[in-house]
Each structure stands twice: as C-alpha cells, then as structure tokens.
Design a protein around this ligand. Structure first.
Ligand SMILES: [Zn+2]
Length: 336
C-alpha cells in the first residue's frame, strides 16, 4: 500500500528547515515559524505533483551531493569528531585506538565517498569497526551496505528500524521504488539507553521514534580537560514529519504517539554540541566557516538543539492538523 505523502517525494523537509534553524532572536523566530508553514505547503504540493517515474534526487536535493572537505568538527585528544558527509547529508567519523565508528551512510553510492574522506583525514577505512544509523531512510542508510563491504564493520541499529534496513523498504510505503535502499544486515540490535563501547569511546542510543519507528539519536561526551566537566554531544535522528502519513492511515500504527513521546523525552535536552544527519539542522556551513576562521568552539551551542526541537514540534502540530482536516474532507466527500 502506498500512502499519499510518500507516493510523491520523501524528505523535502530537510530543505525547508534550512531556512529556519539557525536564526537567533525573537523577531527572526516568528519569520522562521511562518516560513515553516510555507515549507509544509510546498511539501504537500510536491508530494502530489512529483512525477515519481522520473524522480531525480540530485536535481531535487543538490546539497545532498555537494562536496565538502572532511574536517575535525569538535573534540580533541581522546575524542575527536570528524565530519565526513556532504553539505546536505551529515555523516560523522569518530576514531579510537581500538577501531573507528561511522554514523550514517548517506545516499546509495556515498559509502565510497565516506571511505575516501576517512583516508583524506589520515585514517584507514578498514579500521572502521562499527557503523551506526540514525534512521532507515535512503538519504542516511542508502550507503550503509556499500560502506559495510568497504570496511568490514558491523552495523548496530534499533529493532524498530531493523526490518526497514534489512529489506531496504519503507514500512507503509513498500511499493514506492525510488525510496528503496540497498538492503543491509543488522549485526546487533540496541534498545533505548544501551551503550556501544569501543576503545575509550562510549556511544549511548536514545530511541526517538516518529520520523521512523526506530529513529535513533546517539550521544557521547567530550572531556575538554581532565578536571573539566564532560560535555555532551548529540547526534539527533530527526523529528520532522517529512513524507510521513500521520492519519488515515498512519505510516505505521502509533506514529502520532511516538512523535509525542519524542518531543516529551527531548524537552530538557541541552547538549553542548548538537549535530544531526542534515547539515541545515545544525547550521553546518556557517559553523564550518567560523571554525575555519579560528573559532575553535564554533559547533558548541547549548541553545541550538532546543531552537531546533521547538520548530520541529510546531511543524509536527501543524502537519497533524492539516492531515486530520484533509482526512475529514475526504471522508465527507465520500459520503456525498
Ligand atoms: Zn528521514
């Protein structure tokens, strides 16, 4: 069965959020909110108008394919976090003395790009031992199978996204061919709060469902100096509605409750460094420029996650109202 949203286009929300995430200040906040609703309108028209047979990801989302030199984004000494993605798709590399971690695989074909970026940074991709995934959508899981064969690493993911990763399909939209990913085997399933430990690095899984059923955010900590308090780093999964059907029928049973759960769980999160799988979500390009200009803590911003979460929550609430209204109208038109 194909739902009406996925039948058009999968993830344009990433682009919409770009306009709204990085603006501080009250005046700009209201601009951000109105452009958020414009974005939803755009998404809905895209999802009914897109020609699915000739759909071209690169034309629709050029930034996902736009080159970015890999660089050290935060951390020093024992824990360093490197960016190995494109301008639009966030992929991360964390080396340890016992082997390395990569978070997310990008689009199909981008596994190779990640491996090349790791090499450019002076590491061997064959030393990657663990692959983590934020969620099973083609723009974050499409390159995992390739990256797995290039590195020999094991893939660790949530039970909620396991079927989607292993089948390459989107639950509720199984027959939409252009959103299908190369299937990849999950080697270890984690639950909420479970830790993945390698060398001196601990990554903690937080299940933040809604965007997908097993949407997984990951956290770790930086230790700036031996005596300083540890600083939390968040790799957030997403909480956008994107092409998800919330009602009539839901993308998967319980999706609305899952979004509510995620917004409640994250209400007091204030990570020192907020990162995500789309560059726009955490203002990648501007922060990268600041870092290049000598601002070592350009990615440190304890307010940035809550700014983002508030926008996601508002957009979710608007989408729920809009989709519920639409469902009422279509039910009514069937009666007459
Ligand atoms: Zn997604």
């Amino acid at each position: 069965m194909t739902n009406k949203y996925f039948s058009g286009v999968l993830l344009p929300i990433a682009v919409g959020v770009a306009m709204t995430v990085s603006q501080p200040g009250a005046a700009q906040q209201s601009t951000a909110l109105s452009s958020a609703s414009d974005t939803l309108t755009k998404i809905q028209s895209l999802s009914t108008e897109a020609d699915t047979t000739s759909f071209n990801w690169q034309e629709t989302f050029p930034s996902w394919f736009e080159h970015m030199e890999p660089f050290r984004l935060a951390g020093s000494g024992d824990t360093e976090i490197y960016y190995v993605g494109t301008k639009g798709l966030g992929m991360f590399f964390i080396p340890t003395t016992e082997g390395h971690i990569v978070i997310d695989g990008g689009m199909p074909g981008q596994g190779q790009l990640i491996a090349e970026n790791i090499k450019k940074l002076g590491f061997d991709a064959k030393d990657v031992r663990i692959l983590l995934n934020t969620h099973a959508h083609i723009d974050h899981s499409g390159g995992l199978a390739e990256l797995k064969s290039l590195t020999g690493a094991q893939l660790i993911a949530s039970e909620g996204d396991r079927w989607a990763l292993e089948s390459g399909l989107i639950p509720g939209s199984e027959d939409v061919s252009y959103v299908q990913s190369p299937p990849v085997t999950v080697d270890r399933v984690i639950v909420d709060g479970e830790k993945v430990i390698i060398g001196n690095l601990t990554m903690t899984a937080r299940i933040t469902p809604g965007h997908t059923q097993g949407c997984t955010s990951w956290t770790t900590t930086l230790q700036p100096t031996a005596s300083a308090p540890p600083q939390e780093v968040l790799f957030f999964c997403s909480a956008s509605v994107a092409a998800n059907s919330l009602v009539n029928p839901p993308q998967y049973p319980g999706i609305v409750e899952d979004y509510h759960k995620t917004f409640a769980l994250t209400a007091d999160w204030e990570p020192e460094v907020f990162l995500a799988n789309h560059g726009e979500f955490f203002d990648l390009v501007a922060r990268h420029d600041r870092l290049s200009n000598g601002e070592a803590s350009a990615f440190h911003d304890r307010e940035s996650f809550q700014r983002f979460r508030t926008k996601m929550k508002d957009m979710f609430e608007q989408a729920l109202i809009a989709q519920s209204e639409e469902a009422k109208i279509s039910a009514h038109s069937k009666e007459h």
